[in-house]
Design a protein around this ligand. Sequence first.
Ligand code: ADP
Ligand code: MG
Length: 340
Amino acid sequence: ESQLNPNYSFDNFLEGDSNRLARSAGLAVANKPGGTSFNPLLIFGGVGLGKTHLAHSIGVEIKDKYPEKTVLYISAEKFTQQYIESVKKNTRNDFIHFYQLIDVLIIDDVQFFSGKSGTQDVFFHIFNHLHQNGKQVILTSDKAPVDMQDIEQRLLSRFKWGLSAELQSPDYETRISILKNRLYRDGVEMPDEIINCVAQNIKTNVRELEGAIISLIAQSSFNHKEVTLELAQQVVEKFVKNTKREVSIDYIQKVISEYFSMDVETLQSKTRKRHIVQARQLAMFFAKKYTKASLASIGSQIGKRDHATVLHACKTVDNLAETDKQFRKYIDDLNKKFAQ
Ligand code: ADP
Ligand code: MG
């Protein structure tokens, strides 16, 4: 069993500037597995940018062109589990042997190997065997090899032997084509202004882009709701909000306390000591800036204050930012920690 998902194909992996290199390299590999200098082919990029989709597409295409070749797709996590299991059962050699017989090995999310020296070691041996025998290895990762942490040097250097191709966030045109393609496949029509609204607001993640359009398709086909611009904006906002949620009020308090070397209880306390008051005011200011929480909710989470106190804090921070150079530096430093 190849574990390939036939729904992920080159046909529905839409091309754009953001993915052209990776996509073309993938096609080249699919045409001549093991026979190009792209070995291994390492596809890297942020979450939701199409690494898994592209990896499957390559495998699916190879299976189509070369039915006799054995192709295997596996996540690095599952590979690791299998390996650990084999050690427990004393079947480590069978495990290695199994993988050494594969013609095209696709391992998804190899950043998962970080810090797992046993798995890295066994993969190193499998990799060498496959590579020496002209077999194709395809890897994906959320980082470029140079940025990978806790991966042995000898393995990192192997990762760099072939081609590392990045998947970047799709540009506007590509986002539009992805949305239109999805609508077309689902046989749903939507006005351009709706499509543009989604494409303008969801920029950094194809999975979210698809999520938003799927949600609108569902509203229109199951709820028989007319998809208005207003509804599109609501849906989009929900998606954007959900992803920005990583910066929570708790997180803000933690970062600011650390920055000023105090603990969170001190930051929240009733004291009027100037540097503590300022830290607290900064926490309120950043909570307003980076979360969707109301002033009242910010106040209650930062030392049980009321909304007027939060408002006052935000004004004070604005004023100090203009008049106090040192304070301006605090804001700049902290902004860097929260901005994404
Ligand atoms: P990753 O593995 O990088 O987190 P996925 O491969 O799971 O991302 O992709 C997320 C979703 O976005 C999938 O549904 C995938 O089909 C879709 N997708 C990503 N890139 C494209 C593209 N260029 N064209 C069409 N769909 C895409
Ligand atoms: Mg993936």
